[in-house]
Design a protein around this ligand. Sequence first.
Ligand code: E4P
Length: 219
Amino acid sequence: MKFFIDTANIYEIKEAQNFGILDGVTTNPSLMAKEKIKGEKNIIEHYKKICSVVDGDVSAEVISTDLDGIISEGEKLSQLDQKIVVKVPMIKNGIKAIKHFSSKNIKTNCTLIFSAGQALIAAKAGATYVSPFIGRLDDISTDGLNIISDIRKIFDNYNINTQILAASIRSPLHIISCAKIGSDVITSPLNSILKLFEHPLTDIGLKKFLDDHYSVNKK
Ligand code: E4P
């Protein structure tokens, strides 16, 4: 399973990249706003910066919702760097645009997926990735992981090669559950990824090993 980090924060991206376990980055307009990146020029420069830091795909989301706008914005973004994946919302014009991008070999990530039916439509249009938002489904008392299982089954039934990119991750348990189900990718805040590193028995075990070593060896 590929690990993407869901942030526009360069320091967090660098930290994850330095562990050698990072496969890509996803951003969205809210994450860009959180980093106070504003104005077209600055936004473009920030995407270029992210691409220079990470080895792997970088999702950059369009703002337009009309077809011509999505296409021209997406084409512009895709020309910034080979790593750029054009992130397009799951709306009717978005699906038409994904079909267009796919005919031009431009990678796409269909975002704001909340049902298996939406994922199937995006895959039919040729999306490289579909992003089901599991945390936001959990937030409204709907089991977000069910949708990952449903999409996995549907894609396997028909050998669909669109990748399932589980998004809106809220905990390390979400990541483990997605791996068990067979999600192709997860995108997560750094915090949940770092929690996967931890176990109290690891800390206790290491302390004991080192204490035992130094009880007979000089420091
Ligand atoms: C996906 O690509 C989105 O950027 C993201 O995962 C949304 O997560 P949130 O529900 O925590 O905002």
